[in-house]
Design a binder for this molecule. Structure first.
Ligand code: ADP
Ligand code: MG
Length: 231
């Protein structure tokens, strides 16, 4: 079953002489349970693409259909609710809340979907153990390494059990060891049933993982290999 469809999506920033065509008629379908990597050089349109399929921005052309819902057909509020239920998003710069400790950063994501306090108290520690951070629940983001902050960001993205996880260069700021650990976590999350789409520069890891690789260049898909590794 298709969980995510991008059909001829385009994105233009600005107009006239200042227009930037960040994406040009991009199409791909992602099935339930799939793990796909999106690769491409800096400026090729990867973040723009992830933001569009995550419902954080709107395309100037084409359609995005997630679990049977055309995002263009959802009103602003509906889109927010839809996104919270269906999509976990991991940003490259973690975007944790500095005034909240690890536990509260993750718990906050549960409170916005109005999860009962009892559920939050049970689920947050379980999720923190899954990402290997059970002991650091009282720490603040500034007290954590990059790898640890990225684990918190992952826990936060997954706490509401979204069927889809989107991650924008989750290893972009990490050393090789931490990069492997994060990618292995994503792999494990995928094996538990979550569809994962990850933007990455990390050629070595993508090669080794042997997953589907969608390569983009200048806003266009230049290859889409089922198990090809990075070209
Ligand atoms: P990547 O993530 O692959 O580095 P981006 O999606 O961030 O690429 O950017 C693709 C292109 O769109 C680049 O030329 C970038 O300068 C441009 N771009 C991205 N965001 C904006 C924006 N908000 N306004 C104008 N141009 C943008
Ligand atoms: Mg980017």
């Amino acid at each position: 079953m298709e969980v995510l469809q991008a059909d001829n999506i385009s994105k233009q920033y600005g107009t006239g002489a200042n227009a930037v065509h960040a994406l040009r008629e991009i199409s791909f379908h992602i099935s339930q349970g799939e793990f796909a990597a999106i690769v491409g050089t800096s400026g090729s349109g990867k973040t723009t693409l992830l933001n569009l399929i995550g419902g954080l921005d709107v395309p100037t052309g084409g359609e995005i259909i997630i679990r049977g819902h055309n995002l263009a057909g959802l009103k602003r509020k509906q889109l927010t609710v839809f996104r919270r239920r269906n999509i976990g998003f991991v940003f490259q710069n973690y975007s944790l809340m500095p005034v909240l400790n690890v536990y509260d950063n993750v718990a906050f994501a549960q409170s916005v979907v109005e999860a009962p306090a009892k559920v939050i108290r049970r689920k947050v520690p379980a999720m923190l153990s899954m990402v290997g951070l059970a002991e650091k629940y009282k720490s603040y983001p500034r007290e954590l390494s990059g790898g640890e902050q990225q684990r918190v960001a992952l826990a936060r993205a997954l706490i509401n059990n979204p069927p889809i996880l989107l991650a924008d260069e989750p290893t972009g700021n990490l050393d090789p060891k931490n990069s492997w650990e994060i990618m292995n976590l994503l792999d494990e999350i995928n094996k538990r049933g979550t569809t994962v789409v990850v933007v990455t520069h990390n050629r070595e890891i993508v090669d080794a993982m042997q997953k589907r690789v969608i390569a983009i260049q200048k806003g266009m898909v230049v290859s889409d290999e089922r198990k090809g590794g990075y070209l």
